[in-house]
Design a protein around this ligand. Structure first.
Ligand SMILES: [Cu+2]
Length: 221
C-alpha cells in the first residue's frame, strides 16, 4: 500500500468522523433540582418546568402515552405534567366502575361510568391546573398540570427532579406543586446549561391545608 493512499484514507476517515459528529448532536447537560418545603422537608410531586430561551435544535415531541390510571380506587399518578395538546388516557384497572370528572377551567369534562379494562381519553389543549375527581369515590383526587414548557420533570419521594441530555443554553426554570401557597413559588430562575452536571435546591411554600388523595374507604378487593 502506498504512503499516499494511506494518507488519503486517513483524510477521508477524519472527514467522515467530523461530519458524523457535526450531524449527530450529543447533549451532555444535566440538571438535578432538589425541592423542599418551608420546613425543610423533601417535597414529592413538585413539577419543574424548563423553558429554553433559544430555539431547540431538537424539538421535544408531545407525548402520546400519557396515562391517568384508576387502580385500587386511587388515581395514579397523583400529579401528571403534560404539554399542551397531549392526549391523556384514563384506563380503569379496578372491578369497580369510576366516573371521572373535572370542574377546572382549563378542561371541564366528565367521563361517564365505565368499567374494568375500559379506557377513555381526553386532549388537554389549554394550559393550567386540572383537578380530577371521581363521582363514585370521594377519596380519589389527582392533578394534571398542562404546560406550554417543552421540558419538565417531577420530584420523586427523595425530593429530586432530574433532567438529562439538555441542549446547551439558557433556560427559565419555574415550578408548581398541588399544595403551593399563593406566593409560595420561588421566582423564575435562569439556568445556564453547559456540558456539566448542575445542581440546584429550591423551596416551595405549601398551604397549611390542601387537597390530597386519601386511601379508599372500601376495600377494592
Ligand atoms: Cu371512582
Amino acid at each position: 500500500m502506498s504512503k499516499l493512499f494511506l494518507k488519503y484514507c486517513l483524510i477521508v476517515f477524519g472527514w467522515v468522523l467530523f461530519c458524523f459528529q457535526a450531524t449527530a448532536p450529543v447533549y451532555a447537560g444535566s440538571l438535578s433540582v432538589k425541592v423542599v418545603d418551608q420546613k425543610g422537608g423533601v417535597l414529592e410531586n413538585a413539577v419543574i418546568f424548563l423553558t429554553p430561551r433559544f430555539t431547540l435544535k431538537t424539538p421535544v415531541p408531545i407525548r402520546d402515552d400519557a396515562e391517568m390510571r384508576q387502580q385500587n380506587i386511587l388515581f395514579s399518578p397523583v400529579v401528571l405534567p403534560v404539554q399542551v395538546g397531549t392526549n391523556v388516557s384514563f384506563p380503569n384497572f379496578d372491578e369497580s366502575r369510576h366516573h371521572v370528572y373535572s370542574f377546572s377551567k382549563p378542561k371541564r369534562f366528565e367521563l361517564q361510568l365505565y368499567g374494568k379494562d375500559e379506557s377513555n381519553s381526553i386532549i388537554f389543549d389549554s394550559p393550567g391546573v386540572v383537578a380530577i375527581g371521581c363521582n363514585i369515590h370521594d377519596n380519589m383526587l389527582a392533578y394534571i398540570f398542562v404546560t406550554e414548557a417543552p421540558i419538565f420533570s417531577k420530584t420523586g419521594v427523595n425530593g429530586f427532579a432530574e433532567f438529562t441530555d439538555l441542549e446547551n443554553g439558557q433556560y427559565e426554570m419555574t415550578m408548581w406543586h398541588p399544595g403551593i401557597s399563593k406566593n409560595g413559588a420561588p421566582a423564575p430562575k435562569v439556568i445556564v446549561v453547559g456540558d456539566e452536571q448542575l445542581q440546584t435546591e429550591t423551596v416551595i411554600s405549601l398551604k397549611r391545608v390542601w387537597g390530597k388523595q386519601r386511601e379508599p374507604d372500601e376495600n377494592p378487593y
